[in-house]
Design a protein around this ligand. Structure first.
Ligand code: NAD
Ligand code: DAU
Length: 373
C-alpha cells in the first residue's frame, strides 16, 4: 500500500485528486495537509468523510515542525504539492502571500523531504521516494498566435503568481541537481470542473449568469487558454508520480485552445437552454478593463507525457463543460456557501478596481518579444 502526503487538497484540483485516487486504489493512504485558506473548503471532501484512507490535517506547508512530523509519522512514498495561492488577479493586488506559500512553502517541503530521505554521508536517498510539484503552464509566459510550450521552453513568467510558481520550480530542480533529490514537475494548462472556486472564469460565469448579473470579460476577450477537464489532470499527476522519470518535467494539456469569449458564449448558451431562462443572454457580457500584464495565449504541447507515459486527455471539451455545468446546477448550496461572507467583498473590490484601471492599462506599453497582445 502506498502512502501519499498531498498538500492543498481541500482546494479545487487537490480535492478532485483525492476523489480520483480513492476511486482508483482500494489500498492507499492519503494524508492531506491544507491550511484552509479562502480557497480551501472541507465541503469539497464531504463525499470522502469517514473514509479511513484519507487523513485530513489542517496546517501550513511553511510549518517545518508540522511537515517534518507528518513525514516521520506517516513515512509517505510520495509528497505531492498542490498547495498554493492560485489566482492571478489576487497576486496582482497582494504578491507577498504568493511568495510565502508558493515559494517558501515549497522550499520548506523540499527541505523536510530531504531531512527525512537523504543520507548526507552516503549521498543516497531512501528507495522509492519522490517529490512531485504541481506547476503551471503560466511559468513559460505567453505565446503569440503560433507555437506551443514544450518542456524546454525557457521560463518567462509575467504575473506575481506565475513568477512565484516559476521560482518554486527552480528550487525543485535545484534540489534535484544539487542533492540528487527524486523529483518531478508537472506543468498543466487551465483546469475546469467541479469544486472550482468562483473567482476563476468558468464558475464565476455560471454563478453570475444564474443571477442575471454582468459577465465581466477582460479586454477584448480574445485571450486564449488551453482548457483541460480536471480529472484528466488528476490522471496525469497519478501517472507522473508512479511512472515519471526522476528529474523530468511533464507538460499537461489538451490541445483545447479557446478564446475566452468562446467560453463565455458557451456557458451562456448552455445555461440558457438547460434552465430555459430567457434572461441568460449575450446581453450580459460586459467588457471591463483588462488584467494588468495579461498573457495573450497559452498552448501546451503534451507530446512528451503522451509518448513517455501514455497519457492523453480523455474528456472532450463539449463533454467536460456539460459535466461541469451539471455539477454546479446540482450543487447550488455549495455555491451559496462559498460565495457568502468574504466573497462578496472580494468581488466588489476586484471588479470596481478594474474600472479604475481602464485608463492606466490602455496607456501602458508592453515589452517586446514576450508574446503579449
Ligand atoms: P485552489 O486555490 O483551488 O486550492 C489551493 C489549496 O491550497 C487550498 O485548499 C488552500 O487552502 C491550500 N493552501 C494555500 N496555501 C497553503 C499553505 N500555505 N499551506 C497549506 N495549504 C495551502 O488551487 P487549484 O486551482 O486547485 O490549484 C492547485 C495547484 O495546481 C496550484 O499549485 C496551482 O498553481 C496549480 N495549477 C492550477 C491550475 C488551474 O487551472 N487551477 C492549472 C495548473 C496548475
Ligand atoms: O494556465 C493555468 C492557470 O490557469 C493556473 O496556473 C492558475 O492557477 C489558474 O487560476 C488559471 O489562470 P488564469 O488566469 O488563466 O485563470 P482565470 O480563470 O482567472 O482566467 C481565465 C481567463 O479568463 C484569463 O484570460 C482571464 C479571463 N477572465 C477571468 C476572470 C476571472 C475574464 O475575462 N474575466 C474574469 O472575470
Amino acid at each position: 500500500m502506498k502512502t501519499y502526503l498531498v498538500t492543498g487538497c481541500a482546494g479545487f484540483i487537490g480535492s478532485n485528486f483525492v476523489h480520483y485516487m480513492l476511486e482508483k486504489y482500494a489500498q492507499i493512504r492519503l494524508v492531506n495537509l491544507d491550511k484552509l485558506t479562502y480557497a480551501g473548503n472541507l465541503e469539497n471532501l464531504k463525499d470522502v468523510e469517514g473514509d479511513p484512507r484519507h487523513i485530513f490535517v489542517q496546517g501550513d506547508i511553511c510549518d517545518k515542525a508540522l511537515v517534518s512530523d507528518l513525514i516521520t509519522r506517516y513515512d509517505p512514498d510520495y509528497v505531492i504539492n498542490f498547495a498554493a495561492e492560485s489566482h492571478v488577479d489576487r497576486s496582482i493586488r497582494n504578491p507577498e502571500i504568493f511568495v510565502e506559500s508558493n515559494v517558501l512553502g515549497t522550499v520548506n517541503l523540499l527541505q523536510c523531504c530531504k531531512d527525512a530521505w537523504y543520507n548526507a554521508e552516503a549521498k543516497t536517498w531512501k528507495e522509492g521516494k519522490k517529490y512531485l510539484q504541481v506547476s503551471t503552464d503560466e511559468v513559460y509566459g505567453a505565446l503569440g498566435p503560433e507555437g506551443y510550450f514544450t518542456e524546454t521552453t525557457p521560463l518567462s513568467p509575467h504575473s506575481p503568481y506565475s513568477s512565484s510558481k516559476a521560482s518554486a520550480d527552480l528550487f525543485v530542480m535545484a534540489f534535484h541537481d544539487t542533492y540528487g533529490m527524486p523529483v518531478n514537475i508537472t506543468r498543466c494548462s487551465n483546469n475546469y470542473g467541479p469544486y472550482q472556486f468562483p473567482e476563476k472564469l468558468i464558475p464565476l460565469l455560471i454563478n453570475n449568469a444564474k443571477q442575471h448579473k454582468n459577465l465581466p470579460v477582460y479586454g477584448d476577450g480574445m485571450q486564449v487558454r488551453d482548457w483541460l477537464y480536471v480529472m484528466d489532470h488528476c490522471k496525469a499527476i497519478d501517472m507522473v508520480a508512479s511512472d515519471g522519470k526522476v528529474g523530468e518535467v511533464y507538460n499537461v494539456g489538451g490541445h483545447n485552445e479557446r478564446p475566452n469569449i468562446f467560453i463565455v458564449k458557451t456557458v451562456i448558451a448552455q445555461l440558457h437552454d438547460r434552465l430555459q431562462d430567457e434572461g441568460i443572454t449575450e446581453e450580459l457580457i460586459t467588457h471591463v478593463a483588462d488584467r494588468l500584464g495579461h498573457d495573450r495565449r497559452y498552448g501546451i504541447d503534451p507530446t512528451k507525457i503522451k509518448n513517455d507515459l501514455g497519457w492523453y486527455p480523455e474528456t472532450p471539451f463539449e463533454k467536460g463543460i456539460v459535466l461541469t455545468i451539471d455539477w454546479y446546477l446540482a450543487n447550488p448550496e455549495w455555491m451559496a456557501h462559498v460565495t457568502s461572507g468574504d466573497y462578496q467583498k472580494y468581488y466588489e473590490q476586484m471588479y470596481k478596481n478594474k474600472e479604475a484601471h481602464t485608463r492606466k492599462a490602455a496607456a501602458r506599453p508592453r515589452r517586446a518579444g514576450r508574446g503579449g497582445a
